[in-house]
Design a protein around this ligand. Structure first.
Ligand code: F6P
Length: 539
């Protein structure tokens, strides 16, 4: 096996050579390309054949994965070693979706008994709230949940709710994340405290935004129900049980998780209690099962046929081989419209690092910007730039093979757009073709000379197409687990720790210094711009 530097050099050379070819011509040049680059896993169909790699490029990417010892790293993660080295923690979100009798250990200590205990408590609680066995202080059943959290304590559950929510839920679910009071005001304006369960979600229970919103929610409950009544409307999710008690949440309303679950990987834990209540336990269990199915595939499949590995390698090929510094993820599914926001945290918080665990600079570029929104809407927004802009941005286009939601015929239209965009990105449209069309329409030669280049599409823009059989808790779970493992594989190849997030600290500390200055007007030492702004904004 090549050493890692040799493997990187080979990948870079192979990508340079592949980048000079036209993707669409690779199908004829390399028979078997489609079969080699499509796979079906856990209800997902993945087509990586419209990526820019040729056979040699794919081989070089796979060699790089072997040289980086992705298989060894994978075994260490599933084995519960403390691979989050800067925090001395194991990384075991996979245990959260495993069967009760699975054998997961964090640094040698079995974890499944505790995981199962919390799962059973979540199940009983969600069933009791849904059945009305647990009610609010005045005896009315809960008709709404206010989920308060931010980052990993918000983005995953929000996406999960959108994906699985009934069209007309018996229990509504609302989210508040930002410390901008407008969000709290707008979200709670039409909620009735008497029928609302407030679930405060914070791994650390120290996050300013969450604690501010939790305090506001508590006051909102107290105003309507009094102190004792308010407590009956509170639940909390945290690893900091001392702090939840200090906030006044009864112990039997606190659901824990563990330090081996990173915030952005926590939607499989009690962090999603609100969704389990609002959608019902079976839906949540189906989500866990889908994640477990993807885990089994990722853990056991060879790298060559491993979906998360191949999706990660496509990203590395684009990012490091072809210097593509952004990626757009576009679900052709309204229910998945927040996927890119979720992935921004998953990928950019995990892999947005410039140094490795040894403190040395990363030798190659790491996480790219990821952005996106739902198709077809984005076709009428930024796709112009994707088709004809000067930057080439690789795309992931996601769709549902089947959907019976909504009026008949609309899903086919959605799918036709999905397929058309993927084809158009790759094939483009030649100037000759445009000239022929304009000539046939009788456009003058002079006009054609200026119009034809503007209406030409260079194409050769890479994309991956991902289809869920249909949107079920299981396929959705598999999709999220796919992205988690993709992110992990990239981190291994880039040689960084994907499980810490020191980069979010500095701004928090500085905001803590500025707040009292805004309140008191006593401006401390800052750069001239910041001092002037504090002076302007002080209360
Ligand atoms: O943004 C940093 C971060 O720590 C994320 O990793 C986490 O998801 C989020 O803040 C919220 O943290 P907590 O759940 O502790 O409130």
């Amino acid at each position: 096996m090549a050493d890692i530097e040799t493997a990187w050099t080979r990948l870079e050379a192979a990508a340079k050579a592949a980048g000079e070819k036209r993707i669409v011509e690779l199908f004829d040049a390399e028979p078997g390309r489609l079969e080699a680059l499509t796979l079906d896993v856990a209800g997902l169909h993945l087509d990586l054949s419209k990526q820019a790699w040729d056979e040699a490029g794919l081989e070089a990417a796979l060699d790089l994965a072997h040289a980086a010892d992705v298989e060894g790293a994978r075994a260490r993660m599933f084995g519960g070693e403390a691979i989050n080295s800067s925090e001395g923690r194991a990384v075991l979100h996979t245990a959260l979706r495993a069967a009760a009798d699975a054998d997961f250990k964090a640094a040698g200590v079995p974890v499944m008994a505790e995981v199962e205990t919390v799962r059973q408590r979540m199940k009983s609680f969600s069933e009791a709230v849904r059945s009305g066995a647990i009610t609010g202080a005045t005896g009315k059943p809960f008709r709404a949940i206010l989920h308060i959290g931010i980052g990993g304590s918000d983005l995953g559950p929000r996406l999960l709710w959108d994906a699985l929510r009934p069209v007309k839920p018996e229990i509504d679910l609302r989210f508040v994340a930002n410390v901008d009071g407008a969000e709290f005001a707008l979200t709670t304006a039409d909620m009735d405290p008497e029928e609302t369960l407030v679930i405060v979600v914070s791994k650390t229970f120290t996050t300013q935004e969450t604690l501010s919103n939790a305090t506001a929610a508590r006051a909102w409950l107290v105003e309507a129900l009094g102190e004792a009544g308010a407590n009956q409307h509170l639940a909390a999710i945290s690893t900091a049980l001392d702090k939840t008690a200090a906030f006044g949440v009864a112990d039997d309303r606190v659901f824990g998780f563990w330090d081996w679950v990173g915030g952005r990987y926590s939607l499989w834990s009690s962090v999603s209690l609100s969704v389990a209540v609002a959608c019902g336990w079976d839906a949540f269990q189906g989500f866990l099962d889908g994640g477990a199915a993807m885990d089994e595939h990722f853990r056991t499949a060879s790298l060559e046929k491993n979906a998360p590995v191949l999706v990660a390698l496509a990203q590395i090929f684009n990012r490091n081989g072809l210097d593509r510094r952004a990626r757009s993820v576009v679900p052709y599914s309204h229910r998945l419209r927040r996927l890119a926001s979720f992935l921004q945290q998953l990928e950019m918080e995990s892999n947005g690092k410039s140094v490795g665990p040894d403190g040395r600079p990363a030798k190659r570029g790491t996480a790219t910007v990821v952005f996106g929104d739902e198709g077809t809407n984005v076709q009428h927004a930024y796709f112009q730039c994707m088709h004809q802009g000067t930057e080439i941005t690789p795309m992931e286009l996601i769709g549902l093979s089947k959907s019976d939601e909504g009026p008949a015929g609309m899903h086919e239209k959605l799918l036709s757009n999905l397929l058309a965009q993927a084809e158009a990105f790759m094939v483009g449209r030649t100037t000759e073709d445009v000239v022929a069309e304009l000539t046939a329409k009788g456009v003058s030669e002079a006009e054609i000379a200026t119009l034809a280049p503007q209406r030409t599409f260079a194409g050769n823009r890479p994309s991956t197409l991902l289809l869920l059989e249909c949107l079920t808790p299981q396929t959705f779970g598999a999709l999220i687990a796919l992205y988690e493992h993709k992110t992990f594989v990239e981190g291994v190849i880039w040689g960084i720790n994907s499980f810490d997030q020191w980069g979010v600290e500095l701004g928090k500390v500085m905001a803590g210094r500025i707040l009292p200055e805004l309140e008191s007007g006593a401006v401390g030492t800052h750069d001239p711009s910041t001092s002037a702004l504090i002076g302007r904004l002080k209360v």
